[in-house]
Design a protein around this ligand. Structure first.
Ligand SMILES: [Zn+2]
Length: 283
């Protein structure tokens, strides 16, 4: 049985719907303040590559009565108002996945101007209240997730040029406060991860050994050894952790075996490429 398929995601959602966990969006979590339920799950989707691909998953969650948080990048390929509206109408939270420092090539003044313009679109169309920084950006606007994009990056890797941008989009808030823009919170900064089990599918793996930047300060994580989606289903069914936060990039959950395989090969290259880059940088 393959992991990271639509069927497997269906099983996760089904197990949540049968469980005693309440599903919270990031917005719910922030607004609840101290009044949070004892057992909850947050499901966050970062939409990095393909807006249309989200719809069937958004429908699936809706059928189980589950509402999650979708963060869309504001790029030509991803910012599709009709598609985002479909996801929003299914009852999900729509948030802004910003990458303005990368877009402004590190210029903080330009970055905040871009932020103002883009957040305005999200607020006007879907009443967005929360934001989430996009990480792991590649230089030259290459996505570097799919195999064909990674192949394009190989000459650069070999010439030892960095393919990841050095700007962190979160640095925008060193001099500004997102609350000035009517934002109530950020999907990382506004969450207290200490007592939350944080699980991310970055690199198509739940295994923490593949996460270099995608980490949080959790006291719960060291108590669990999650490698497969079935491990998560078991934790949910047995109620082993009270608070769970799942980061799911739905583009990597494939149905078709060939697509699944291509994505797998791309992630293996990406993981080893990252290892190689971090090694060179001495991290
Ligand atoms: Zn992202």
């Amino acid at each position: 049985m393959l992991d990271f398929t639509y069927k497997k995601y269906n099983q996760i959602v089904e197990s949540i719907s049968r469980s005693g966990y309440q599903v919270l969006t990031i917005g719910d979590y922030i607004k609840m303040g101290a009044e949070k339920p004892e057992k909850f799950i947050i499901i966050r989707h970062d939409v990095d590559l393909d807006a249309d691909y989200q719809v069937k998953f958004a429908e699936l969650e809706n059928r189980f009565g589950i509402h999650t948080s979708y963060y869309f990048r504001c790029t030509d390929k991803i910012y599709k108002e009709d598609t985002i509206s479909k996801v929003h109408k299914l009852g999900h939270e729509v948030g802004y996945h910003y990458e303005v420092i990368t877009k402004a090539k590190g210029d903080p003044v330009k970055a905040i101007d871009i932020f103002k313009d883009e957040i305005d679109r999200f607020q006007t169309n879907w009443k967005s209240e929360t934001i989430c920084p996009h990480g792991g950006s590649f230089v030259d606007n290459a996505d570097g997730y799919a195999l064909k994009d990674i192949i394009k990056l190989i000459p650069k890797l070999l010439s030892k040029k960095s393919v990841f941008s050095n700007w962190s989009n979160f640095n925008l808030w060193e001099k500004h406060d997102y609350k000035e823009f009517g934002i109530i919170g950020d999907a990382y900064e506004s969450v207290d991860f200490k007592d939350i089990l944080y699980l991310s599918d970055t690199g198509r793996s739940w295994d923490s050994k593949y996460k270099r930047l995608d980490k949080v300060d959790s006291l719960i994580n060291p108590k669990f050894n999650v490698k497969k989606s079935n491990d998560i289903i078991k934790i949910i069914e047995n109620g082993e952790a009270n608070k769970i936060y799942l980061l799911v990039h739905l583009e990597q959950w494939k149905d078709n075996l060939w697509d699944w395989f291509l994505w797998y090969v791309a992630q293996v290259i990406r993981r080893s490429g990252k290892k190689f880059i971090f090694k060179m940088k001495g991290k």
